[in-house]
Design a protein. Structure first.
Length: 319
């Protein structure tokens, strides 16, 4: 088919002030054979009504209203509703440049097309592949070791084949609330041989002060997230026949930062003593010795490998 149907999945939750620009950016696409599946995850503001309005406005939109169960379940439901040969994901507070779908579908012969994104809001910048071209899955360790950039962490800005997702039962991990995108990408990569890299920045990703402040893990949540990432990394590493050390380091440090956020917000007496002694000050302007030590261990190859062995042993003993 010259212009296959593309399913755009948009999870929606309490984004009334952002959802119209997001949906307008879908309407503006130069590639017109798309369907947009809006999954209203129990919004309590006017988001659901805006979705209904766009369904009436253009029959390429459809909406599913459901109770609030989190972004992973919303995306999984969107996958089940999708009819397209290919799937795109878009966050409801982000935007697509008008040639986004067209640019991604040009290279649809490959089971995964990876593009970049542009930040806007309180931060700006461009993130994406350094080159355009075909890569084999066994090239992934060298690509990630040279540039373990964050554009790999997200499902948006990428074109997935629906049959690869369905045939291999790939789903978003519903027990995760942070970097669940990346686990989906890791699992998807473990089932394909090739992918295509695009040096474009067709997703506009909103960065706000409060956008990531909700990601605070207690120890049990941290351990579970680390366990799931360990399993996903191991699956892909067997496929690549190599250790993805640099990307593991980046993800491990993100876990540490989120656990630190949890400690900073805690008012338990023992936690207050711990964070005052070891972590950033409450204004987050001055890290102390413990913070530097953690960064050194995580970002140093030798110590990180040792840390990984200890972590894997801990996880294996608590299955």
């Amino acid at each position: 088919m010259n212009n296959p149907l593309i399913s755009i999945i948009v999870p929606v939750y309490n984004v009334e002030k952002y959802i119209r620009p997001c949906l307008d950016s879908i309407l503006s696409q130069t590639y017109t054979n798309w369907e947009a599946i809006l999954v209203d995850d129990g919004s309590t503001d006017g988001s659901g009504a805006v979705c209904d309005e766009y369904v009436k406005r253009d029959n390429r939109f459809m909406v599913v209203h459901k109770e609030n169960e989190g972004v992973s379940k919303a995306r999984n439901l969107g996958i089940k509703q999708a009819r397209g040969e290919y799937i795109l994901f878009l966050d409801s507070d982000d935007l697509m440049k008008e040639r986004c779908v067209e640019n991604l579908t040009i290279s649809r012969a490959y089971p995964l097309v990876v593009g970049g994104y542009e930040k806007f809001g309180i931060q700006t910048g461009f993130y994406g592949p350094d080159f355009i071209g075909i890569a084999h899955i066994e090239d992934l360790p060298s690509i990630w070791n040279e540039s373990p950039d964050s554009y790999w962490w997200f499902v948006w800005g990428k074109l997935f084949r629906r049959d690869v997702i369905i045939d291999n039962n790939i789903e978003f991990k519903t027990e995760m609330f942070y970097l669940e995108d990346f686990c989906f990408v890791l699992e998807y990569l473990s089932h394909i041989d090739f992918f295509y890299l695009l040096n474009n920045h067709d997703i506009l990703h909103l960065i706000e002060e409060t956008k990531y402040s909700r990601y605070r893990m207690d120890y049990a949540q941290l351990k579970r997230h680390m366990q799931i990432h360990e399993e996903c990394f191991s699956l892909l590493e067997r496929r690549c026949n190599a250790i993805l050390i640099k990307m593991r380091q980046r993800i491990a440090y993100r876990h540490y930062v989120n656990f630190e956020n949890y400690l900073l917000k805690s008012n338990k007496p023992i936690t207050v003593k711990f964070k005052n002694a070891f972590l950033f000050r409450s204004d987050r302007t001055k890290p102390n010795l413990f913070n530097y030590i953690v960064r050194y261990i995580v970002l140093n190859d030798f110590w990180f490998r040792l840390y990984r062995i200890i972590l894997k042993s801990h996880i294996d003993n608590h299955r």
